[in-house]
Design a protein around this ligand. Structure first.
Ligand SMILES: Cc1ncc(COP(=O)(O)O)c(C=O)c1O
Length: 353
């Protein structure tokens, strides 16, 4: 694939404090871009990161026909760079596109766009362990219309944003609350794909939860308000006795790539694993009986995030750990080890540049 590259004349890298990176606030010098018009993807290019022209009537702004991914590139101690689980993010991206009538991105556009862009931005991939270059592929409808229909034109971009260690201030178990008066998603809707509206809809309940002193909402199923689904931008795992349990992919949960990594590692290491509905009452009971050993979230941002507290309609689950429990820690160390090349990539998750 021939990618036209127009380089910036003045790098912004000197203005970025790599020792103090706030998530999503810094962008590398270049972006990948390709337009879709007249039924086909046009010529790809890498251009300086800059303003993008758009009409106020651009349909995405009105009806939200857009999709995004969140993935990361890491530095190995050898200096090589690894894009983590590229294929799985590609597959999820196109599954999301299909659901909102966006034409699928060809594999070579997604893959070569990422590889060429990250190669050009090697200096932007933080060197320190646990830091990374966050990659944001996204696509949006560009027709100038207020008519409610699938757009005929689209633009796909990839942005790069250096991000810090999620745990730079120490690992603090997060506090969750259910919010049965709100729902995140229902099977048949769009909760199982990465479309922007899901996140807009979560802002009000999340803000309320935070005002009440919780970190995030623990979403329950939309029908019975009985079964645990997921958290903000993480899937969720429970260790009950010695069994690792996570809610199944049921049409309303986002199938997390980190969730998949945890499950693959757990099965490979012969842990007891169950993907099945988990009622909030079951968790409360397991906690009362001393069987609930650990709770943790999984997602690209934090990899593994210990949960120390769950509130549900006046009832409380509080786990004693002040950090990650041993099982959560094992997954965290193994996945970050593979990401940074300190552990062999037996699973073939890494694209090495
Ligand atoms: C709603 C939601 N659930 C779960 C996840 C975790 O997915 P992943 O592990 O692919 O980052 C994310 C993050 O993308 C998310 O936005």
């Amino acid at each position: 694939m021939n990618i036209h590259i127009r380089k910036t004349t003045s790098s912004n890298i000197g203005a970025v404090d790599f020792s103090n990176l706030t998530f999503g606030e810094n962008f590398s010098d270049h972006q990948f871009q390709i337009n879709y018009r007249n039924g086909q993807w046009e010529s790809p290019e890498i251009i300086p990161y800059d303003l993008t022209p758009m009409y106020p009537a651009m349909t995405t702004l009105h009806y939200g026909q857009a999709v995004f991914e969140g993935m990361k590139a890491f530095t190995y101690s050898s200096g090589k760079i690894n894009i983590f689980r590229l294929d799985s993010h590609f597959e999820r991206f196109n599954r999301s596109c299909k659901r909102v009538c966006i034409p699928e991105i060809p594999k070579n556009v997604f893959e070569q766009g990422l590889i060429h862009l990250v190669n050009l931005e090697r200096a932007w991939v933080p060197q320190e362990k646990y830091k990374s270059l966050y990659l944001r592929p996204f696509v949006y409808a560009t027709d100038e219309t207020l008519g409610l229909r699938a757009s005929t034109s689209y633009r796909f971009h990839i942005l790069c944003s250096p991000v810090g260690n999620f745990y730079s201030e120490g690992i603090k178990p997060i506090r969750l609350t259910t919010m049965p008066e709100y729902v995140r998603a229902v099977s048949g809707g769009v909760g199982d794909v990465k479309v922007p509206g899901n996140y807009a809809a979560s802002l009000q309940p999340t803000t309320k939860a935070q005002q009440m002193g919780y970190t995030q909402v623990l979403w329950l199923d939309a029908i019975e308000k009985k079964y645990v689904e997921e958290v903000g931008s993480m899937n969720i795992f429970f260790l009950i006795d010695d069994t690792l349990i996570t809610p199944p992919i049921n049409g309303s949960i986002l199938p997390g790539i980190t969730r998949m990594s945890v499950l693959e590692l757990a099965r490979k290491h012969k842990m007891n694993v169950e993907e099945r509905p988990v009622a909030i009452d079951e968790l409360i009971k397991a906690h009362e009986n001393g069987k609930l050993k650990e709770i943790f979230g999984s997602g690209t941002a934090a990899v593994i995030s210990p949960v120390g507290h769950i509130h549900h309609q006046g009832k409380e689950i509080t786990l004693p750990q002040k950090e990650m429990g041993p099982v959560a820690r094992w997954f965290y160390d193994r996945i970050t080890g593979i990401q940074h090349g300190d552990h062999p990539d037996d699973e073939n998750w890494c694209t090495i540049l």
